[in-house]
Ligand binder design. Structure first.
Ligand SMILES: Nc1ncnc2c1ncn2[C@@H]1O[C@H](COP(=O)(O)OP(=O)(O)OP(=O)(O)O)[C@@H](O)[C@H]1O
Ligand SMILES: [Mg+2]
Length: 297
Protein backbone atom coordinates (compact mmCIF):
# COMPACT_ATOMS: atom_id res chain seq x y z
CA UNK A 1 0.00 0.00 0.00
CA UNK A 2 1.45 3.34 -0.98
CA UNK A 3 1.05 6.27 1.39
CA UNK A 4 -0.17 8.31 -1.56
CA UNK A 5 -3.35 6.26 -1.84
CA UNK A 6 -6.43 8.46 -1.44
CA UNK A 7 -10.12 7.94 -1.01
CA UNK A 8 -11.92 9.53 -3.92
CA UNK A 9 -15.50 10.53 -3.27
CA UNK A 10 -17.43 11.24 -6.47
CA UNK A 11 -18.81 14.79 -6.91
CA UNK A 12 -22.30 13.32 -7.16
CA UNK A 13 -21.94 11.89 -3.65
CA UNK A 14 -20.44 15.09 -2.27
CA UNK A 15 -23.35 17.10 -3.65
CA UNK A 16 -25.68 15.02 -1.45
CA UNK A 17 -23.75 16.22 1.59
CA UNK A 18 -23.99 19.81 0.39
CA UNK A 19 -27.74 19.47 0.05
CA UNK A 20 -28.00 18.30 3.65
CA UNK A 21 -25.71 21.08 4.90
CA UNK A 22 -27.73 23.70 3.06
CA UNK A 23 -31.00 22.38 4.51
CA UNK A 24 -29.65 22.14 8.07
CA UNK A 25 -30.24 25.75 9.18
CA UNK A 26 -33.80 25.53 7.90
CA UNK A 27 -34.33 22.25 9.73
CA UNK A 28 -33.14 23.83 13.00
CA UNK A 29 -35.30 26.89 12.36
CA UNK A 30 -38.44 24.76 12.06
CA UNK A 31 -37.57 22.22 14.77
CA UNK A 32 -40.52 21.73 17.11
CA UNK A 33 -42.56 24.40 15.29
CA UNK A 34 -46.16 24.04 14.18
CA UNK A 35 -46.65 24.36 10.44
CA UNK A 36 -50.21 24.39 9.11
CA UNK A 37 -50.58 23.31 5.51
CA UNK A 38 -53.69 23.86 3.44
CA UNK A 39 -53.88 21.39 0.57
CA UNK A 40 -56.15 22.41 -2.30
CA UNK A 41 -58.30 20.16 -4.42
CA UNK A 42 -56.18 20.49 -7.57
CA UNK A 43 -52.93 19.67 -5.76
CA UNK A 44 -54.46 16.47 -4.40
CA UNK A 45 -56.08 15.30 -7.61
CA UNK A 46 -52.95 13.78 -9.17
CA UNK A 47 -51.62 10.58 -7.58
CA UNK A 48 -47.95 11.53 -8.13
CA UNK A 49 -48.48 14.93 -6.45
CA UNK A 50 -50.27 13.35 -3.50
CA UNK A 51 -47.42 10.86 -3.18
CA UNK A 52 -44.76 13.61 -3.17
CA UNK A 53 -46.87 15.62 -0.70
CA UNK A 54 -47.09 12.62 1.66
CA UNK A 55 -43.33 12.01 1.38
CA UNK A 56 -42.68 15.69 2.20
CA UNK A 57 -44.88 15.47 5.29
CA UNK A 58 -43.02 12.34 6.40
CA UNK A 59 -39.68 14.17 6.07
CA UNK A 60 -41.01 17.18 8.00
CA UNK A 61 -42.32 15.02 10.79
CA UNK A 62 -39.10 12.99 10.97
CA UNK A 63 -36.90 16.07 11.33
CA UNK A 64 -39.08 17.31 14.19
CA UNK A 65 -41.45 19.75 12.48
CA UNK A 66 -45.10 19.45 13.60
CA UNK A 67 -47.21 19.61 10.45
CA UNK A 68 -51.01 19.85 10.48
CA UNK A 69 -52.88 19.37 7.20
CA UNK A 70 -56.21 20.99 6.41
CA UNK A 71 -57.72 20.10 3.05
CA UNK A 72 -60.47 21.20 0.73
CA UNK A 73 -61.64 19.42 -2.35
CA UNK A 74 -63.47 21.91 -4.50
CA UNK A 75 -63.05 20.16 -7.87
CA UNK A 76 -63.98 16.77 -6.39
CA UNK A 77 -67.13 18.17 -4.69
CA UNK A 78 -68.16 19.83 -7.95
CA UNK A 79 -67.56 16.61 -9.92
CA UNK A 80 -69.71 14.43 -7.64
CA UNK A 81 -72.38 17.16 -7.40
CA UNK A 82 -72.66 17.21 -11.17
CA UNK A 83 -72.82 13.42 -11.38
CA UNK A 84 -75.72 13.57 -8.92
CA UNK A 85 -77.48 16.25 -10.98
CA UNK A 86 -76.67 19.28 -8.81
CA UNK A 87 -75.30 22.48 -10.33
CA UNK A 88 -72.39 24.01 -8.36
CA UNK A 89 -72.80 27.73 -7.64
CA UNK A 90 -70.34 30.18 -6.09
CA UNK A 91 -70.53 33.64 -4.54
CA UNK A 92 -67.13 35.36 -4.14
CA UNK A 93 -65.33 32.02 -4.28
CA UNK A 94 -67.60 30.40 -1.67
CA UNK A 95 -69.73 27.38 -2.61
CA UNK A 96 -73.47 27.96 -2.16
CA UNK A 97 -74.37 24.91 -0.03
CA UNK A 98 -77.96 23.64 0.16
CA UNK A 99 -78.78 20.49 2.19
CA UNK A 100 -78.00 18.15 -0.74
CA UNK A 101 -74.71 19.88 -1.51
CA UNK A 102 -73.76 19.65 2.17
CA UNK A 103 -74.29 15.87 2.03
CA UNK A 104 -72.11 15.64 -1.07
CA UNK A 105 -69.40 17.84 0.47
CA UNK A 106 -69.25 15.63 3.57
CA UNK A 107 -69.15 12.45 1.50
CA UNK A 108 -66.33 13.73 -0.66
CA UNK A 109 -64.26 15.56 1.98
CA UNK A 110 -64.68 13.34 5.03
CA UNK A 111 -65.47 9.98 3.43
CA UNK A 112 -63.19 9.95 0.43
CA UNK A 113 -60.45 12.59 0.19
CA UNK A 114 -59.56 12.61 3.89
CA UNK A 115 -59.00 8.86 3.87
CA UNK A 116 -57.02 8.99 0.62
CA UNK A 117 -54.63 11.56 2.13
CA UNK A 118 -54.35 9.77 5.47
CA UNK A 119 -53.65 6.44 3.77
CA UNK A 120 -50.97 7.95 1.59
CA UNK A 121 -49.15 9.65 4.51
CA UNK A 122 -49.28 6.44 6.54
CA UNK A 123 -47.61 4.62 3.65
CA UNK A 124 -44.85 7.26 3.61
CA UNK A 125 -43.87 6.02 7.04
CA UNK A 126 -45.39 8.44 9.56
CA UNK A 127 -48.75 8.00 11.25
CA UNK A 128 -51.57 10.30 10.11
CA UNK A 129 -55.00 10.60 11.71
CA UNK A 130 -58.01 11.93 9.83
CA UNK A 131 -60.38 14.35 11.52
CA UNK A 132 -63.27 16.50 10.42
CA UNK A 133 -64.52 19.60 12.17
CA UNK A 134 -67.23 17.42 13.72
CA UNK A 135 -64.74 15.10 15.46
CA UNK A 136 -64.49 16.18 19.07
CA UNK A 137 -66.09 19.49 18.02
CA UNK A 138 -62.69 20.28 16.53
CA UNK A 139 -63.99 23.16 14.41
CA UNK A 140 -66.92 24.96 16.00
CA UNK A 141 -68.88 26.91 13.37
CA UNK A 142 -71.88 29.11 12.82
CA UNK A 143 -73.73 30.10 9.66
CA UNK A 144 -71.80 32.58 7.57
CA UNK A 145 -73.67 35.48 6.04
CA UNK A 146 -73.12 35.75 2.29
CA UNK A 147 -71.79 38.79 0.42
CA UNK A 148 -74.32 41.66 0.33
CA UNK A 149 -76.75 39.75 2.54
CA UNK A 150 -77.14 36.83 0.10
CA UNK A 151 -77.82 33.40 1.63
CA UNK A 152 -75.06 30.82 1.10
CA UNK A 153 -76.96 27.97 2.83
CA UNK A 154 -74.90 25.71 5.08
CA UNK A 155 -71.66 27.61 4.69
CA UNK A 156 -70.05 28.05 8.06
CA UNK A 157 -67.49 30.33 9.61
CA UNK A 158 -65.32 29.00 12.40
CA UNK A 159 -65.74 30.48 15.86
CA UNK A 160 -63.60 28.05 17.84
CA UNK A 161 -60.92 25.38 17.52
CA UNK A 162 -60.52 22.54 20.03
CA UNK A 163 -56.79 23.15 20.52
CA UNK A 164 -56.26 20.64 23.39
CA UNK A 165 -57.69 17.84 21.20
CA UNK A 166 -55.58 18.92 18.25
CA UNK A 167 -52.41 19.07 20.34
CA UNK A 168 -53.14 15.59 21.71
CA UNK A 169 -53.40 14.21 18.17
CA UNK A 170 -50.26 16.12 17.11
CA UNK A 171 -48.27 14.29 19.78
CA UNK A 172 -48.98 10.97 18.10
CA UNK A 173 -49.59 11.69 14.43
CA UNK A 174 -50.03 14.19 11.60
CA UNK A 175 -53.60 15.46 11.91
CA UNK A 176 -55.38 15.65 8.55
CA UNK A 177 -58.47 17.83 8.87
CA UNK A 178 -61.39 17.89 6.42
CA UNK A 179 -62.88 21.38 6.24
CA UNK A 180 -66.30 20.85 7.79
CA UNK A 181 -67.53 22.54 10.95
CA UNK A 182 -70.22 21.82 13.49
CA UNK A 183 -72.36 23.90 15.82
CA UNK A 184 -73.40 22.93 19.35
CA UNK A 185 -76.61 21.39 17.98
CA UNK A 186 -74.68 19.02 15.72
CA UNK A 187 -75.54 20.82 12.48
CA UNK A 188 -72.63 20.44 10.07
CA UNK A 189 -71.36 23.25 7.87
CA UNK A 190 -69.27 23.38 4.76
CA UNK A 191 -66.35 25.65 5.61
CA UNK A 192 -64.03 27.07 2.97
CA UNK A 193 -60.80 25.13 3.47
CA UNK A 194 -58.65 28.29 3.37
CA UNK A 195 -60.67 29.77 6.23
CA UNK A 196 -60.62 26.48 8.17
CA UNK A 197 -56.85 26.21 7.78
CA UNK A 198 -56.43 29.85 8.84
CA UNK A 199 -58.49 29.25 11.98
CA UNK A 200 -56.32 26.25 12.85
CA UNK A 201 -53.09 28.14 12.12
CA UNK A 202 -54.27 31.10 14.19
CA UNK A 203 -55.42 28.93 17.10
CA UNK A 204 -52.00 27.23 17.20
CA UNK A 205 -50.12 30.51 16.54
CA UNK A 206 -48.29 28.46 13.93
CA UNK A 207 -44.88 29.64 12.80
CA UNK A 208 -45.87 29.04 9.20
CA UNK A 209 -49.08 28.75 7.24
CA UNK A 210 -48.53 27.23 3.79
CA UNK A 211 -51.32 27.16 1.20
CA UNK A 212 -50.93 24.87 -1.80
CA UNK A 213 -52.91 25.95 -4.83
CA UNK A 214 -53.14 25.49 -8.59
CA UNK A 215 -51.38 28.72 -9.64
CA UNK A 216 -47.78 29.87 -8.98
CA UNK A 217 -48.99 32.23 -6.22
CA UNK A 218 -50.68 35.63 -6.17
CA UNK A 219 -50.55 36.98 -9.72
CA UNK A 220 -50.63 40.61 -10.76
CA UNK A 221 -50.45 41.66 -14.43
CA UNK A 222 -49.59 38.04 -15.31
CA UNK A 223 -46.58 38.13 -12.98
CA UNK A 224 -45.98 36.37 -9.71
CA UNK A 225 -45.95 38.65 -6.66
CA UNK A 226 -43.22 37.09 -4.56
CA UNK A 227 -43.74 39.10 -1.39
CA UNK A 228 -46.67 40.94 0.18
CA UNK A 229 -47.39 42.42 3.57
CA UNK A 230 -50.66 41.51 5.24
CA UNK A 231 -51.83 45.08 4.61
CA UNK A 232 -50.99 44.77 0.88
CA UNK A 233 -52.91 41.49 0.79
CA UNK A 234 -55.94 43.15 2.34
CA UNK A 235 -55.80 45.99 -0.20
CA UNK A 236 -55.54 43.47 -3.06
CA UNK A 237 -58.74 41.74 -1.91
CA UNK A 238 -60.52 45.09 -1.82
CA UNK A 239 -59.47 45.79 -5.44
CA UNK A 240 -60.43 43.74 -8.49
CA UNK A 241 -57.12 42.11 -9.45
CA UNK A 242 -57.84 39.22 -7.14
CA UNK A 243 -61.02 37.22 -7.74
CA UNK A 244 -62.58 33.77 -7.28
CA UNK A 245 -60.82 31.32 -4.98
CA UNK A 246 -57.92 33.72 -4.35
CA UNK A 247 -60.26 36.02 -2.36
CA UNK A 248 -60.90 33.61 0.55
CA UNK A 249 -57.24 32.60 0.38
CA UNK A 250 -55.92 36.11 0.96
CA UNK A 251 -58.61 36.78 3.58
CA UNK A 252 -57.48 33.60 5.32
CA UNK A 253 -53.84 34.66 5.26
CA UNK A 254 -54.61 38.13 6.63
CA UNK A 255 -56.77 36.63 9.40
CA UNK A 256 -54.14 34.06 10.36
CA UNK A 257 -51.40 36.70 10.58
CA UNK A 258 -53.68 38.89 12.68
CA UNK A 259 -54.19 35.86 14.98
CA UNK A 260 -50.45 35.43 15.53
CA UNK A 261 -49.12 33.39 12.59
CA UNK A 262 -45.63 34.60 11.67
CA UNK A 263 -45.60 33.99 7.93
CA UNK A 264 -47.81 32.63 5.19
CA UNK A 265 -46.84 31.22 1.81
CA UNK A 266 -49.16 30.69 -1.15
CA UNK A 267 -47.36 28.18 -3.34
CA UNK A 268 -47.89 26.06 -6.45
CA UNK A 269 -49.16 22.66 -5.34
CA UNK A 270 -48.62 21.31 -8.86
CA UNK A 271 -44.87 21.39 -8.24
CA UNK A 272 -43.62 18.08 -6.87
CA UNK A 273 -42.11 18.39 -3.37
CA UNK A 274 -43.25 22.02 -3.13
CA UNK A 275 -43.35 21.78 0.68
CA UNK A 276 -39.70 20.80 1.02
CA UNK A 277 -38.74 23.39 -1.60
CA UNK A 278 -40.51 26.08 0.39
CA UNK A 279 -39.39 25.09 3.86
CA UNK A 280 -35.85 23.81 3.34
CA UNK A 281 -34.35 25.84 0.50
CA UNK A 282 -33.27 29.48 0.52
CA UNK A 283 -35.11 30.17 -2.75
CA UNK A 284 -38.61 29.23 -1.55
CA UNK A 285 -41.61 29.30 -3.85
CA UNK A 286 -44.67 31.40 -4.63
CA UNK A 287 -45.93 34.39 -2.65
CA UNK A 288 -44.76 35.05 0.89
CA UNK A 289 -47.06 37.15 3.08
CA UNK A 290 -45.43 38.78 6.06
CA UNK A 291 -46.71 40.64 9.05
CA UNK A 292 -46.45 44.41 8.63
CA UNK A 293 -46.14 46.94 11.37
CA UNK A 294 -49.85 47.22 11.90
CA UNK A 295 -52.47 45.00 10.29
CA UNK A 296 -55.53 47.21 9.83
CA UNK A 297 -58.64 45.50 11.17
N1 LIG B 1 -54.67 37.57 -8.72
C1 LIG B 1 -54.80 36.24 -8.70
N2 LIG B 1 -53.69 35.46 -8.55
C2 LIG B 1 -53.78 34.12 -8.51
N3 LIG B 1 -54.95 33.43 -8.64
C3 LIG B 1 -56.09 34.12 -8.81
C4 LIG B 1 -56.06 35.57 -8.84
N4 LIG B 1 -57.33 35.99 -9.02
C5 LIG B 1 -58.10 34.89 -9.11
N5 LIG B 1 -57.38 33.76 -8.97
C6 LIG B 1 -57.93 32.40 -9.03
O1 LIG B 1 -57.86 31.73 -7.76
C7 LIG B 1 -57.70 30.34 -8.00
C8 LIG B 1 -57.21 29.61 -6.74
O2 LIG B 1 -58.30 29.34 -5.85
P1 LIG B 1 -59.16 27.98 -5.92
O3 LIG B 1 -60.20 28.08 -4.85
O4 LIG B 1 -59.62 27.74 -7.31
O5 LIG B 1 -58.11 26.83 -5.61
P2 LIG B 1 -57.65 26.19 -4.20
O6 LIG B 1 -58.14 27.04 -3.09
O7 LIG B 1 -56.19 25.97 -4.33
O8 LIG B 1 -58.36 24.76 -4.16
P3 LIG B 1 -59.69 24.31 -3.38
O9 LIG B 1 -60.63 25.48 -3.37
O10 LIG B 1 -60.17 23.16 -4.16
O11 LIG B 1 -59.26 23.91 -2.01
C9 LIG B 1 -56.76 30.29 -9.15
O12 LIG B 1 -56.85 29.08 -9.87
C10 LIG B 1 -57.19 31.49 -10.00
O13 LIG B 1 -58.12 31.09 -10.98
MG1 LIG C 1 -60.30 27.46 -2.82
Amino acid sequence: VTLLARTVVPQRTLSKVRVLLEALPYMSEHLGRDVVIKAGGAALAEPHLLEAFADDLAILRKVGVRPVVVHGGGPQISALSERLGLTPRFEDGLRVTDADTLEVAKMVLVGKLNKDIVGRINRSGVPAVGLSGDDGDLLLARKRPGPNGRDLGFVGEIIGVNVPLLRTVMEAAVPVIASTGTDHQGQSYNVNADHAAAAVAGALSASKFVLLTDVPGVMRDEELVSELSAGDAQRLVAGDEVTGGMVPKLEAVVGAIRDGVERAHIIDGRVEHCLILELFTPEGLGTMVTRDVAVPS
